[in-house]
Design a protein around this ligand. Sequence first.
Ligand code: F6P
Length: 369
Amino acid sequence: MSNPIRRIAINTGGGDAPGLNAVIRAVVVSAIKRGWECVGIRDGFNGILCPERYPEGGVVRLTLDKVRGIAHLGGTILGTTNKGNPLKFPVTMPDGTTQEIDRSDDVLQFFAKEGLDALVSVGGDGSLTIANALHRKGLRVVGVPKTIDNDLDKTFTTFGFDTAVDFATECLDRLHSTAESHQRIMVVEVMGRYAGWIALHSGISGGAHSILIPEIPFDIDKVAAKVRGRDKLGRMYSIVVVAEGAQPVDGHREVLAPAEVGHAERLGGMGERVAKALQERTGKDARVVVLGHLLRGGSPTSFDRLAALRFGAAAVRGLDNGLSGVMVSLAFPNVDYVSLEEVAGRMKAVPMDSDTLQTGRDLGICFGD
Ligand code: F6P
């Protein structure tokens, strides 16, 4: 039986998402209720690995006062990063080059020195892969699945996703009137990295006529035919939702910036490419709206807020029950635990037999195939 827990840490990693502060609040209140202390690590693990960046301290005590009234706030009071992987920590060498160095032992040594008994790590695929590696090295870790992309396996959904879909749907609702007034094609590019969940759910909910997702390489001529078909019916405008990771059958994804040391490639630009191609093929005016980081902001919906609070409380319960190397998971109707081994490094793509996808097809939505 491992030593009783007295002090835990929490950190938030990867892209931010609405709901992070609700998780932080639930973890801190649940821990303190058990007589534990809770500290927060700034910006992923950077608060430990680069303490010089934090004059007020890279690891801060989290009291009830610190987490009062934060559950509805977007972002994370701890800050986050997707450039601070302790397993591949970017270090500038004397010759000016940057190398990735494994500094995970520094994390474990910090926990031992500070008397920290366990970690709640809130993040997406990258953060949970790190959490699994730290667990394997002996740290007690419970992961919490976070991402607006909803691309984490073994959980019905991640918090942040519902809020992103809700906002994207509202944006689509707003675009119908201007598209119809100008008989235009409105192309809306949404985030989601290599999965099409945000595009699919918001596109169907927001009445899009075509939805292009990474899981279905698209034929732009089929999308153009859909636009012309609507014109023939007197519906002289079209709404096309494009996931940032979508790609044509005979082409490639659009990338804003290539992967660099410590950071993944930045996707973006497919919306413009689709709009140009549709304009050329149909002769209609096309305009592009890139929702981008708007999808990462705002106050979490009640669904995301409750999911995040449940996840945070379950993470502390899991630690209290001796669990480690697991991620809390939404397995309707309950929150459960799955091994991080089963989650790390796996992406949940939109399944081709998904009834949501079939619903889109039954509603006559074109997916470019
Ligand atoms: O993973 C969440 C996400 O918003 C992706 O949908 C998007 O591709 C990426 O993060 C953007 O990352 P950054 O905030 O570093 O530009």
